[in-house]
Design a protein around this ligand. Sequence first.
Ligand code: UD1
Length: 391
Amino acid sequence: MEKLVVTGPTSLKGEVIISGAKNAAVAILPATLLIDGICTIENLPNISDIKISCEILEKLGAKITWIDKNTITIDTRNITTTKAPLDLTSKFRASYYIIGAMLGRMGEIEVGMPGGCKLGARPIDQHIKGFELLGANVKVEKGTIYAKAEELHASPIYMDIVSVGATINVMLSAVLAKGTTIIDNAAKEPHIVDVANFLNTMGADIRGAGTDVIKINGVEKLHGNATYSVVPDQIEAGTFMLAAVATKGDLTLKNCITKHLESITAKIIEIGGNVEDNGDSIRVWCNNRPRKANIKTLPYPGFPTDLQPQMGVVLSLAEGTSIINESIWDSRFQYTDELNKMGAKITAQGKTAFFEGVEKLNRCSSIFFRFKSRCSPSSCRNSSKWYNRNI
Ligand code: UD1
């Protein structure tokens, strides 16, 4: 079992360079399956999900060369099988993007149900609905997904729920489909725009990514011979911003897109922190104890659920009682039990938690993270990465 020892108290001060976005990278890598050529991807985050994604692609026949720890070239001209390795695909959530990409490329895929962090029920009905509307036949049997299409044809697709994964997956499968697919009620997260930008760089014709209507004009093929750099990670940047506030620190984050951080910036200012937006870098500092606030997690551009636990730590130290309403996932307050062991006063009831702020948290000899056994700390950034650095 991995053990991290954190010695505090301390204030975080200095500069940090933000990595490429995990949630964009884990979609861009399978998206390379749609390309009949070689491309280079830069600014990949150095985390286990990326290594596993590369292993899956190699098992399908892709050739990957690591240029440095953040850059690869990938040759997807020779895809040799339509069976994705079940042991690897079950290790993380985003393996479901193999389905959309392989339906587009080969018209067929057999893949295990995706793994991932335990956040409550994580259905993929909207992904399946999209694939079926594009002409695929999808079966789920004993934990394996079988998807097959003689030919993918365009269709209007209305998403019943705003889903990041379903929006990207359906976009992947529609890129090479015949005709114009329109995804309505699409998610708008920065990584959706990034995946669309990547595909367009390779010859796709996707318009409207970042709005709730995405139009995909199917093209005959995607070419390689291009280099793409993954967008900076909004969640990692937000994590450091909140860490600066929680520790009364002063951090400058380089390589970030401040527009993507507006919901976090607004809340930090509301609770008494300071934010200086310098275009491609952002400075966050806080001299005083934060004030209470109420938060509701929402799809982008709302406050991201992936920053909810980090904000929970800040609010557990704030003056007054704060309320967080988690509107995306059913079970995203498990971390509050561990914070309570450290002296926080948090009461979680279903999807709402009440944070009665305390002056400080105490040392605790063992904090236990409820990772799903298959979910490694580096892939499960949602609470651990930040938490371990700052207690
Ligand atoms: C992605 C992120 C994850 C983040 C989440 C919400 C990746 C790899 N992961 O997860 O870090 O927490 O967005 O911002 O990008 N839903 C359905 N049916 C579906 C799909 C989703 O009911 O077919 C529901 C989910 O249960 C959830 C909500 O829609 O309540 C949002 O889920 P979704 O946006 O799909 O999350 P993921 O793409 O899995």
